[in-house]
Ligand binder design. Structure first.
Ligand SMILES: Cc1cc2nc3c(=O)[nH]c(=O)nc-3n(C[C@H](O)[C@H](O)[C@H](O)COP(=O)(O)O)c2cc1C
Length: 170
């Protein structure tokens, strides 16, 4: 088990091969989602697996024309099914829960050689119409999923001392 290798080597993939994603790999990715933690273990989420070409194209369009979304063999759309639950810390639970599940999904995909790219730039209303998502459900993110057709990109990150302080906020 080398979680750090996946965390440090993964990068966003914006070009995909036409090769389909094997069913057993897809199932494992969905299992990673299912096993993710959530606030009070509520699991108020739904993940839509899209393989239909026309639907993927429509999703790419609603994501401001990010065409690589439509080119991947699979697109996964991540939704929170209960948006009213606010945690004691003041944060809505669904955005946190769904984001954790997406992060686990992305790392599991990476371990199996599959690429993803977190997509936050999309029109939620249009996405909901395309996928028949009920009014009260919120779309948190989507990601294309498939074999990368690009080399891994370099990571640009702040240094540790820019993002950590000890004992108090500095
Ligand atoms: C919340 C969120 C929203 C993002 N939205 C998009 C997006 O709409 N399109 C895109 O190409 N990348 C998007 N990204 C990917 C980031 O640009 C990328 O993760 C960041 O530049 C770091 O690069 P890396 O993923 O290759 O390490 C998003 C990432 C996050 C976490």
């Amino acid at each position: 088990m080398d979680v750090f290798a996946a965390i440090s080597q993964r990068s966003s993939v914006r070009a995909y091969k036409a090769t389909d994603v094997e069913e057993d790999k897809l199932k494992k990715i969905l299992e990673a989602v299912r096993l993710s933690p959530s606030a009070s273990n509520r699991q108020e989420w739904k993940f839509i697996v899209v393989r239909n070409k026309e639907t993927k194209k429509k999703l790419a369009k609603t994501a401001f024309g990010q065409s690589f979304i439509g080119e991947a063999p699979v697109v996964i759309v991540a939704c929170g099914t209960e948006s009213k639950a606010i945690m004691a810390c003041g944060q809505p639970a669904y955005t946190v829960d769904v984001s954790i599940a997406c992060a686990f999904m992305i790392l599991q995909a990476y371990e199996m050689g599959l690429g993803t790219c977190w997509i936050g730039a999309f029109k939620e209303d249009e996405t909901k119409k395309i996928l028949n998502i009920p009014e009260h459900v919120r779309v948190v993110a989507m990601t294309p999923l498939g074999y990368p057709d690009q080399p891994p990109s370099q990571k640009f990150r702040k240094s540790l001392n820019q993002i950590f302080s000890f004992e108090k906020y500095e």
